[in-house]
Ligand binder design. Sequence first.
Ligand code: G
Ligand code: MN
Length: 278
Amino acid sequence: MYFIQTLKKIFAQKKRVIGATDLSRALAHNEFSFYYQPEWDLKTGKIKGLEALIRWESPSGIVPPNEFIPVLEETGLINSFTPFLFNQTLHDLHELHSVGFSNLFMSVNLSAVQLQDSALIEVIQKSLDQYGIVPANLECEITESREVKKVGSEMDTLKALGKMGIRVSIDDFGSGHASFGYIKNLDISKIKVDIEFIKELFEKETNQTIMRTIIELGHALNLSVLAEGVEKPEQEKWLKDNGCDYAQGFLLSRPLPLPMLISFLREHSDRIDTSVNA
Ligand code: G
Ligand code: MN
């Protein structure tokens, strides 16, 4: 009995080993797909855009991005993944625009490693042109999982994105490396505050103090502030009352595959700006 329990424990703890072969196959066989989660304006309640979240349905089950993105990076396969990422998400944005949701923007997640790719700007431009998307409808979220190097190609790429008119935001703000360096030197437009502060907003008063301070900091620097992981109406109300600009989370919607997202948006058409350039 004890033996079986030990075995079960070992299997539960066994870390999946993902190799280059699995990931090449995944890319070739379309095992990656995107789910889209709406971001809304807290003042008006209107949906402004979508964050693209990658999902890998491997033959042995769903693998979370924090397990396979580092492997894509280590194996260099990330340089094939990035064109796929922009091609698919901007294709889907074009689809959304063409079914009538013409003011929505798309936000994609990029790591510091992806910023090192000298072909990145060209890759993005190609997909923008292919699907007729204006740069203002694209946002790139830079994750804080490791610090963006203050000099060199990563910083240059971020500057080039800004010059093209693509918005850059900082993802999971407050959870990782301090990003004041690039907030100061770059044209960042939005801070996406890490889910941890919102999750226990009312349980820990320090989270409210931190949240208020981030909102103030963001506004003082001319940045907008988005709260991630909003699940409850009380959280939404607090954030709105305290001047937070945008929200994202299960309260409005979970990340959805494109066809479900389109149905969702149709059902919530009163929450979408249909005026030109809204
Ligand atoms: O790191 P990043 O913020 O890009 O990742 C977003 C992740 O947070 C996704 O995996 C998404 O499914 C998850 N998420 C989005 N909204 C919520 C929420 O309201 N609650 C929780 N617990 N997770 C969320
Ligand atoms: Mn993100």
